[in-house]
Ligand binder design. Structure first.
Ligand code: F6R
Length: 624
């Protein structure tokens, strides 16, 4: 968690005051685009004439923007950081950047240094003075120690040899205004190559307005950007000091994707992007001339994939719910045993894996620490590994044997929406591909699935037209203290997902439950004040869900049903009905989740919550 940005530029120091385009403003604007990564305090530092000027503020980035108004630090090099606290409360002392004793070195950090206490004690004995409670501060003091005898790059290399845990760091030296250093271990870091300016950042959106040319720093690499002349030189070494090749990639995302474009919140914008991103993702994996699935990335692995006898899906949070949909699809289409594991459990559970097990990691960011560790554990056991991921070049994509990308574009809101529906799209199409390899899917069934998939984006559009009606439901139920979400089979993961969305952005307690489990306990909660959202679309479990709704109604519970268009019967039962177009059950979670996302969104808005940046959370969970 935490967001980092760094810049070294040949712009005029202080920028053009008319356009406010100096390095300081680049840092503030970049942090704004990284704020989803952490938002309890923030800081920037710039170097000019051999000295640092820094500004820090607690609270959201707007506090820092306010603090620099008319008083922006100047310089041609600088670092910025937006924090999600791990060690030490959110305060100006604990906010980054952190400085060496003599204020000659400044550092920002994303990650956790697990052995910081031992190092801190040792450094304190050597005379270093600490000004914060963070784990981070020890890194800059270690660099200071080595910088007495070594140049910047070597001092950083020697310092990080001591560190255990995870880190992405940016380092600058007051007296070396042309040297910007970055390093990473288990936390993301990219380098952006602009026009006479170079950037480092935790994530692509931070630098998209300036460049699309990036270098993805790999694990255990350190980069030194030398801006002594206008053709900046990027020198990359590994932690042992050996020179590394550097590969420049071009990012396909555009800057507009990371802006709100008139929507009040990123979350609403991202919900409304779902027809487009589901269309792009599905079309990438479909041959629309023959109505068949295609996965060129998997051709080289076809033999190994045909021999797979078990599949394990690993993920966290919303991506875990997409994995649960994947389990139903893979079991139905491929007739293989499929397990779904929380990545946080899988990595410590001594899983039984071998080369005939396919381990699939699903992750929007590709940086979730537990999911990354799970894929590495699978690799160590010689299992086949595959990632379904949204971020090109992210850590999980580097570790998995092969990656299938979702094409959701940048997802900025902390609550995941469009990433979820594209993950489900990809995992269902992958199931169809694996089923073809195993000959458990007939060409006729494949074509029919593909046709239905292609029809889905228009159906999502239709569900989105219910936005105002769903806002009215949110208004009606915004003050309840509990929500229950129930469903069966393919839609059960959406019961969990609907409850998660409601909890995380509206702070209303909500639970997702298998509809058939209600009478095993949760039914006791039901009274005439208790709303249950029941997903009861047409499928072979429809009648079963209807019985479960009837049980709730018999206890005077309130029921809001997500039902198939034209279902008259359910209107006689439920207190409210939200209709979605008909689609095969396997694809229905992509439609039924949309009203659940909107219900949580409008409830949060009506309760005055911070929708895009809910309390206590951050988007990329890069710590355990
Ligand atoms: C919830 C949410 C989280 C993420 C989870 C995994 O709305 O966004 O639960 O789904 O932290 O993140 P990724 O997919 O980046 O691995």
């Amino acid at each position: 968690m935490c967001g980092i940005i760094g810049v070294v530029s040949h712009r005029p120091v202080g920028g053009d005051p008319a356009t406010n385009s100096g390095v300081g403003q680049i840092l503030i604007d970049g942090l704004k685009r990284l704020e989803y990564r952490g938002y309890d305090s923030a800081g920037i530092v710039l170097a000019d004439k051999g000295r640092f000027t820094s500004k820090k503020a607690t609270g959201k980035l707007s506090a820092l923007s306010q603090a620099v108004k008319g008083n922006m630090p100047v310089g041609n090099i600088g670092l910025g950081h937006t924090r999600w606290a791990t060690h030490g409360a959110p305060s100006c002392d604990n906010a980054h950047p952190h400085f060496a004793c003599d204020n000659s070195i400044a550092l920002v950090h994303n990650g956790v240094i697990e052995n910081y206490q031992t190092i801190k004690t040792k450094l304190a004995k050597e005379g270093h003075k600490f000004r914060s409670e963070t784990d981070t501060e020890i890194i800059v003091h270690l660099i200071e120690k080595y910088h007495k005898h070594h140049p910047p790059l070597e001092s950083v290399r020697r310092a990080i040899e001591h560190l255990e845990g995870s880190f992405a760091i940016g380092v600058i030296f007051a007296k070396k205004p042309n040297i910007l250093i970055a390093a990473r271990l288990n936390s993301p870091m990219i380098i952006g190559l602009g026009d006479k300016e170079t950037f480092l950042a935790s994530d692509i959106p931070a630098i998209l307005p300036y460049t699309k040319k990036v270098i993805y720093l790999a694990e255990e690499q350190i980069a030194e950007i030398d801006a002594s002349n206008s053709a900046h030189r990027v020198n990359i070494i590994n932690f042992k000091g050996r020179k590394q090749p550097c590969q420049v990639s071009t990012v396909a995302w555009d800057a507009a994707g990371a802006e709100k474009e008139g929507y009040p919140h990123f979350m609403l914008k991202e919900i409304f992007e779902q027809p487009a991103v589901v269309r792009t993702t599905s079309r990438y994996y479909l041959d629309t001339k023959t109505n068949t699935v295609k996965f060129p990335a998997l051709t080289g692995m076809a033999k190994q994939l045909s021999a797979v006898n078990r599949i394990v899906l690993v993920a966290c949070g919303t991506a875990y719910h997409a994995s649960l949909v994947g389990k139903y699809a893979m079991e139905e289409l491929c007739r293989l045993p499929v397990e779904v594991a929380y990545a946080s459990e899988f990595r410590y559970a001594l899983p039984v894996l071998d080369k005939r097990t396919l381990v699939i990691a699903i992750s929007q960011s590709g940086e979730t620490a537990d999911t990354l560790a799970a894929i590495r554990a699978a690799k160590a056991k010689k299992a086949l590994t595959l990632a379904i991921c949204n971020v090109l070049g992210s850590s999980i994509t580097r570790d998995a044997m092969v990656t299938l990308y979702t094409f959701a574009g940048p997802e900025v809101s902390v609550a995941s929406t469009k990433a979820y529906t594209t993950q489900i799209t990809a995992v269902i199409l992958l199931s169809a591909y694996l089923a073809k390899l195993r000959r458990t899917l007939t060409p006729k069934d494949e074509k029919s699935l593909v046709r239905e998939m292609l029809a889905l984006p228009d159906k999502i559009e239709k569900v989105l037209t219910l936005n105002d009606m769903i806002a009215d439901y949110a208004d009606k139920y915004k003050d309840v203290t509990n929500f229950m979400y129930i469903a069966r089979r393919y839609n059960l993961p959406n019961a969990f997902e609907g409850a998660l969305k409601m909890k995380e952005i509206s702070y209303t307690h909500a639970e997702g439950y298998g509809a058939g489990e209600m009478e095993h306990g949760p039914l006791a909660l039901v009274d005439d004040t208790f709303p249950t959202v029941a997903i009861a679309v047409k499928s072979n479990v429809y009648d079963k869900v209807i019985s479960n709704i009837q049980m709730v109604k018999a206890r005077k519970g309130i029921v809001i049903a997500i039902a198939t268009e034209g279902d008259k019967f359910i209107r006689t039962l439920a207190d409210g009905v939200i209709e979605v177009p008909e689609t095969p059950e396997i694809l229905s979670p992509i439609l039924t989740v949309i009203p659940l996302q909107l219900l949580a969104y409008h409830t949060a808005v009506k309760k005055g919550r911070d929708v895009d940046q809910p309390r206590n959370l951050a988007k990329s969970v890069t710590v355990e």
